[in-house]
Design a protein around this ligand. Structure first.
Ligand code: NAP
Length: 316
């Protein structure tokens, strides 16, 4: 649950159909992959207005998601995000509303379930929260969220208009949010939506120091845990996951997701993949049940291993 909004245990990040992981698939393939995910039980889809090749232009991904969800849009929870650059149209509300209207158009819908501010800019979060409250009253969005924010910003926003979800980076190798943010969200009935939950592929065990990332529009070239040296440094984590997964006859990526599902009741990861089979594999992590003893074993192993590379909440 993301506040009062019910979603499948695992969602689907749609970004890679447009941006961030090298060459993008044919549109037809992406649409089919999204529809397959829905048929497999996924009811939570994540996009953003800025997801376009090389982040140039607006809406490439929203157009794909809109086409894919046509026919069953009301059965799913659709989340998108806006980037706010200053006050634009004279008021924060007008500016946000104008971004939202663009997204609604591209997504072929008349409401968004969760509307996130993608990054904090110069606009005070209280003003954003006020505007989001108004859009909720108007029925244009069902809930709102923030992305890559600390607990102080969350608290200031929450006191104006209660949040449905926080979308921050979180995985076995990016655990900053465990200290304050996830506990705050639990206490205030806010869903926590980890992005890059497989650490951009590291935790799948499929990346080696020899893996060549693509040259064009591939974030893995600068994800800190994925420099050649850090891939080597992180091998003990990958090996630990591989042997754990083998014992349970599942995959390392599934263990990395099952771990966070077991750990917190309010966490709904949105793994990303542009591969139909892996999308289903990731959704199936919801069926991987860890016993308390297995979870403890994983936690202890993780706590004893050094992570090489850290992204955190700052920067990108
Ligand atoms: N709010 C934000 O600022 C923000 C930032 C980044 C992302 N996001 C959202 O979060 C979603 C997920 O994040 P992400 O895509 O960066 O990271 P991720 O889910 O941790 O990893 C994606 C990478 O892992 C690979 N992968 C995924 N599942 C796999 C599996 N089972 N086996 C082997 N490899 C696997 C993918 O390759 P293949 O495609 O080849 O499978 C891709 O290279 C995005 O789609 C987007 O919606 C939000």
């Amino acid at each position: 649950m993301l506040r009062n909004i019910e979603v499948s245990e695992v969602g689907m990040g749609c970004m890679a159909f447009s941006h961030g992981y090298g060459q993008i698939p044919e549109e037809e393939y992406s649409i089919e992959a999204i529809r397959n995910a829905h048929e497999h039980g996924c009811t939570f889809f994540d996009t953003a207005e800025v997801y376009s090749p090389n982040l140039s232009g607006i809406g490439h991904n929203e157009l794909i998601v809109g086409k894919a969800l046509k026919g069953f849009r009301e059965d799913v929870v659709l989340a998108t995000k806006l980037m706010l650059h200053g006050f634009g149209f004279g008021s924060v509300y007008k500016s946000i509303r104008s971004h939202l209207e663009g997204s609604l158009d591209r997504l072929q819908t008349d409401y968004v379930d969760i509307y996130y501010l993608h990054r904090m800019s110069g606009v005070p979060v209280e003003k954003v929260a006020e505007a989001m409250g108004k859009l909720m009253d108007e029925g244009l969005i069902r809930g709102w969220g923030l992305s890559q924010v600390d607990v102080d910003v969350i608290d200031r926003a929450q006191s104006v208009t209660p949040l449905a979800a926080i979308q921050n980076i979180y995985s076995m190798v990016e655990r900053d949010c465990e200290a304050k943010i996830i506990p705050y969200c639990m206490e205030h009935n806010i869903g926590f939506v980890p992005f890059s939950p497989i650490a951009s592929g590291l935790l799948s065990g499929k990346i080696t120091p020899q893996t060549q990332f693509e040259r064009n529009d591939d974030v893995r070239n600068w994800v800190p845990q994925l420099s050649r040296r850090n891939i080597e440094g992180n091998q003990p984590i990958v090996e630990m996951l591989k042997s754990f997964a083998e014992k349970k006859n599942v995959t390392p990526a599934q263990i990395s997701l099952a771990w966070m599902l077991h750990k917190y009741p309010n966490v709904v990861p949105i793994p990303g993949s542009k591969n139909k089979e892996r999308i289903i594999e990731n959704l199936d992590s919801a069926n991987v049940v860890l016993t308390d003893a297995e979870f403890k074993e994983l936690e202890e192993a993780l706590n004893g291993l050094k992570v090489y590379g850290h992204r955190g909440l700052g920067g990108f």
